[in-house]
Design a protein. Sequence first.
Length: 623
Amino acid sequence: MVIKFVVDGVDPTRRTIIDFKNDIVGQQGPYLYTQGSGSPTVRVQKDPVDDNKKSLQVIVSGYNQAAVIPVRLPYELHNYQSVSFRVYIVSGSGHECFLVYAAKSPDTYVQHAFGNPADSIYPKYVSNLVGETKYLDFSSKDYRNKWTTLTIPINDPDSEEIRDLKEDFYIAIGANLHSAASYYIDDITFLLKDDFVLPEPSMYPNAPVPPSMGAVYSGVYRNLFKEFGKTDAEINARIQKTYNKLFNGSKDETLYYTMPGDSSMAYIYTPETDDVRSEGMSYGMMITVQMNDKEKFDRLWKWAKTYMYNELNRGGNARAYFAWRVRTSCSIIDYGCAPDGETYFVTALLFASARWGDGEGIYNYGREARQLLYDMIRRDITKGDNEGEPAMFRTSDYNGYGKYMPVFAPIMNSGNHTDASYHMPAFYEVWSHELDRPQKVEYWQGIWESEEEARADSKFWKNAAITSRRFLSAVVHDKTGLGPDYANFNGMPLSGKHGDFRYDAWKIAMNIGFDYAWWATNPWQKTFADRIQKFFISKGVSTYGHLWTLNGNLITGGENHSPGLVACNTVASLAATRQDTWKFVEDFWNVVMTEGTYRYYDGCLYMLGLLNVSGNFKAYLAK
């Protein structure tokens, strides 16, 4: 016998309800609006009848103004028989109906168009109209100060603009009044047709709903493995086992080596090229601070500062930065720097300062981080840098773009383009936060001229976060979601093989995923996560290759299903909204970490991904 629970005579699996019970009073985003001559106010408020509930308040000043609300439907719109909603009218005059439009993008709802009929000389989007209600007298006591339920039949919309809309899209809902008015909307309900046959339940959990508040504010870091059904014991064992392999495993597993003859230092080894890289050292420091392993953190930091750091008085383009490639014998192979290393160094040091407190000398983590932050944008070219190379982040535009962006390398022409994977807005937000607070004297004295100057740099890093989010949305392909290794500051890929999706570009998905998880400031990141995961699903979620052209053609030699790329694509799940995202979580859980010669890059990304996906990659900020 099958028992179905019904509410008001309706099987709840056959209807989708959009309400505001989990929102915050006063919240506006992700709710938008349509504009007329003025802009309405659209925000979540206490329910006008019940203080324990919430609804969406809409205050308009005239024509063409309505609320725009994100909607997620599991099936195409033409499979629904109706959309209903409740309205509570507080003020207004005139007779007008409520209208509902649907569109894939909120950009469809252009100014002065809401409510205009097909023959209007003004802008309109009639092909997006789902329907309209009966006319209501806004001044009538029949509708004032009481909840009224309104229903619009859908009836197989003919318009190609809306009939197949499903998953994420946007509805515009409101009354096209000529005067000022105030009303509330709640319980927007899409009801499936009676003859629609529901598909068999999926083996995967329901489509995730990424939180609208970032974890830095809420304190809640999502554990996707647990949401998928793994136990705490299984997850913790997987993390510890992986960490032990990379930091204390066999010769074919470990990346962490204590320096012979000096156990106070250690390095992260790159076996395929027999060297040590600033990228790997900074990854190692980030992993150890997240794992609360201060001893290994300090050893890595001492080796990096002793053997990789180019002192300020050294001269040349690399001074004040870290040599990106050094021999295990401690001699430098290439003095040049790679900004992703500095980016992780700074953030790991700030987290160490917040988590463990500061020590003396190079173990004053907070000061060491701030010295790097200073030099990344303020490095004084009068102190030995007679070639005049740029700093690590551009402080002015290049060909109309580039300000606030990391350069590929601070040397001549390499300062005039960027590496897309170097853009880490989540970290820039951390830097801005840590500078935009009272600074200890030891944190600024001898670096900046004053505490005020140090705190002023927080604005630069805030702008860097905003700029990098804008850049990332421009640099990835609008169909596949794939981005290039290297790009111009306007988002156009560089010519040559690094204009393709190769090894550096894997990290774009991870950087976007944990930026959304931490800060949740950019709804486009959800669109990106769904887009790139949809592409890789089309290529076989457990078999897809690792090197691609941006438009989605596999590059010869790029057939490996690399664990590092699997990890990065799964971190994007922190922003994803499709049920298919669980296939990536499952694949990541099942994939075997690389061992042997090529274990360095895959291993680092695998561990970082494991921390992210399990909710253990956290922003530790000063109290």
